[in-house]
Design a protein around this ligand. Structure first.
Ligand code: HPA
Length: 274
């Protein structure tokens, strides 16, 4: 990861800002609508930021939206980069490096995921308590720049426990049912086979998706605090007697949009300031 390219991207973004964002939001498939709630937004297309790859997935707008949400200045990624699109993990995680360089040290990471835990239902929201990297590669592979983080970062508290408690409290206050569990990262883009899902159930996975883990590893490396939320957009392969489709993923995330928005806004509202 080249420090110069991070600094260049930060310059372009900072030129357009009047306030320093304190919370980063990474919005997953179908969840980008949250960025539409941001007041007095400054929109910066990824195409205008040097070093940013351009998102290729339908349903991902591909811009930063910076402005006020619940009285806090946030920087939202409306659309993220996935390994399955062909990007390297340094590209997938570049925006997290940029966030950190801007001075952001709190990140809310969201995604659409398949429910692996048979007690879940499509449409549930899940607080990520931990993750399993099932892809076998890591965004930190390569020379380590000590200015960015340590060579061997601890991952035992990748999802900050005080943020988890806060999310649970906000969910209770809003009467939103919030599941909890372990998110497994698979590369995609094919969905899993039923046998793979049975394996993930055995190793302690509760949800499975194609994102989030690289960003969280880099956030942890950078010393940022992370809160992760999954929208269980479908039950994973083989759990129900029906095929999986991207259309179902988008349809379900649209159905739970209201609760998702309320929950994230409630959390942003309650996240302690600097
Ligand atoms: N598997 C992997 N990724 C996903 C799924 C799934 O079932 N649903 C949404 N993203």
């Amino acid at each position: 990861m080249n420090k110069e390219s991070i600094v260049k991207a930060v310059h372009v973004i900072e030129e357009k800002l009047t306030k320093r964002p304190e919370i980063g939001l990474i919005l997953g498939s179908g969840l980008g609508v949250l960025a539409d709630e941001i007041k007095d937004p400054v929109n910066i297309s990824y195409a205008d930021i040097p070093g940013f790859p351009v998102s290729t997935v339908v349903g991902h707008a591909g811009q930063l939206v910076i402005g006020e949400l619940e009285g806090k200045t946030v920087l939202a990624m409306q659309g993220r980069f996935h390994f399955y699109e062909g990007y390297g993990l340094d590209e997938v995680t570049f925006p997290v490096r940029v966030m950190k360089q801007i001075g952001i040290d709190k990140v809310i990471v969201t995604n659409a995921a398949g429910g692996v835990n048979a007690d879940f239902e499509a449409g549930d929201l899940m607080l990520i308590t931990d993750h399993i990297n099932n892809v076998g590669i890591n965004p930190l592979i390569g020379p380590n720049d000590e200015d960015l983080g340590v060579r061997f970062p601890d991952m035992s508290t990748a999802y900050a426990s005080d943020y988890q408690q806060l999310a649970e409290q906000v969910a209770r206050d809003l009467d939103i049912n919030l599941q909890k569990g372990v998110y497994v990262w698979n590369s995609g883009p094919s969905y899993e086979t039923p046998a793979e899902i049975r394996m993930l159930q055995k190793v302690g996975g509760d949800a499975v998706g194609m994102s989030t883990v690289p960003e969280v590893i880099v956030a942890q490396h950078s010393g940022m605090k992370v809160l992760g939320l999954s929208c269980i957009s479908n039950m994973a392969a083989g759990i129900l007697d029906q095929p999986l489709s991207h259309e179902e993923v988008i349809e379900t995330t649209e159905k739970v949009r209201e609760d998702f928005l309320k929950l994230v806004k409630g959390i942003v509202n309650k996240l302690p300031g600097e």
